[in-house]
Design a binder for this molecule. Structure first.
Ligand code: FAD
Length: 385
């Protein structure tokens, strides 16, 4: 087994690290506290090719492999989780489902816009009554002549307020067994306007807005369907199966950033005449932190390898991606919390940033399938046979 990165993967990781060091680090605290969308830095991520990492070159992207994309995302998460969320929304939640399910005409229309960052994308699945169970959705899309007319409200949509492209899930009928027929639709906001409702005031990750989206008689062309009519669950699930690796990687980045700060602090801070890192209570904490960081890394890389080898529908990949997300997100919560503890009172201050990483890590066990849903996914795959 080869654990070395390819030249291209290492080059992208290095480029992301340099971008963070030279352009993000100095403004990272401001980004988190100002709650303004960092449009200029998002544009820089486009110029560097990061927004189109997973999009093939023929559609204006970089066409890198998935691990290269994850390495960039993880690197950026260490410095700005908000920018990393934007990268995830563009690549993993919008670019990938279009690549996997769109017609050639849809790909030609939407992928270059996403890759160049000209339009930001969002993934609009969640509703007030439909979170872990999307079957509870109330948004409808009704066919009228050569148009679909969408009505409904989506909530908690990452970058919803700044998006110009949305993948929207809606009920398009009822199946013979009485269950809802769900279809995914591609909506270009400049042609089919939708409104931003409440922009949420949340615990952390402030450089990535989370908002309500309102669809009122929103008309899209008949060919706006992504995948086949009625295949909405398939589009959502296959996207989320891969998206979980993206969230796992963000969790890893947060944990690594918190660990590095804690390690440095422990080797500098003195109490009772010793470095606090000399106290076994602190050094063992650090040992446990780095061990679980590396365990998460192993799960993420293994799941990525399964994806590249066996494809998105492979049950081993589905289970391993859920394991990676479950473990990495819960690990991130523990590691960032331990980093706050190692910093003592300093850890509670914004200046040291570990409290920010802790608040961000708290999100990771919730988005793109909660920990409970990951356990259900893993158990189902395991019990299949
Ligand atoms: C900052 C942020 C960004 C987000 N971005 C997006 C986005 O871009 N697009 C999007 O569509 N959504 C987005 N979401 C929504 C997110 O995916 C949902 O919040 C998440 O899936 C959980 O749904 P819910 O909040 O309705 O909780 P619920 O589903 O109501 O769950 C509440 C609790 O019940 C548990 N639970 C539910 N069902 C089961 C079960 N069967 N067995 C055991 N336990 C269960 C859950 O694990 C959880 O602990 C975002 C959310 C946040 C907070």
């Amino acid at each position: 087994m080869d654990f070395a990165f390819t030249e291209e993967q290492a080059m992208f990781q290095q480029a992301a690290a340099e971008f963070c060091k030279n352009e993000v680090e100095a403004v990272a605290i401001k980004l988190e506290n100002s709650k303004e969308f960092p449009m200029a830095l998002t544009q820089r991520m486009s110029e560097l090719g990061f927004m189109g990492m997973v999009i093939p070159q023929e559609y204006g992207g970089v066409g890198a492999d998935y691990l290269a994309y994850l390495l960039v995302e993880g690197e950026i998460a260490k410095t700005s989780i908000g920018l990393s969320m934007t990268l995830g929304a563009q690549n993993s939640l919008t670019g990938l489902p279009i690549m996997n399910f769109a017609t050639e005409a849809q790909k030609k229309k939407f992928l270059p816009l996403l890759a160049s960052g000209e339009k930001l994308g969002c993934f609009a699945l969640t509703e007030p009554g439909a979170g872990s169970d999307p079957a509870g959705m109330r948004t409808t899309a009704v066919k009228k002549g050569d148009r679909w007319v969408i009505n409904g409200t989506k909530i908690y949509i990452t970058n919803g307020s700044v998006s110009r492209i949305a993948i929207v899930w809606a009920r398009t009928g009822t199946k013979p067994d009485g269950k809802p027929q769900i279809t995914a639709l591609l909506v270009d906001r400049d042609e089919s306007p939708y409104k931003t409702g409440t922009v949420e005031d949340k615990m952390g990750v402030h450089a990535s807005p989370t908002s309500e989206l309102i669809f009122e008689e929103c008309e899209v062309p008949a060919d706006a369907v992504l995948g086949k009519e009625g295949d909405g669950f398939k589009v959502a699930l296959m996207t989320l199966n891969t998206g979980r690796l993206s969230v796992a990687t963000q969790s890893l980045g947060l944990a690594q950033a918190a660990y590095e700060r804690a390690r440095k602090f422990a080797s500098e801070r003195e109490q009772f005449g010793s470095k606090i890192g000399d106290f076994q209570a602190i050094s063992f904490k650090l040992a446990d932190m780095i061990t679980s960081i590396n365990a998460a890394k192993g799960l993420i890389y293994h799941a990525t390898w399964l994806k590249e080898r066996h494809g998105l529908s492979d049950p081993r990949f589905i289970s391993m991606a859920a394991q990676a997300k479950l473990f990495a997100s819960e690990m991130s919560e523990d590691v960032t919390s331990a980093a706050v503890q190692i910093h003592g009172g300093y850890g509670y201050m914004k200046e040291y940033r570990v409290e920010e990483f802790f608040r961000a890590a708290r999100l990771m066990t919730i988005i793109e399938g909660t920990s409970e849903i990951q356990r259900l996914t893993i158990a189902r795959q395991e019990l299949k046979g």
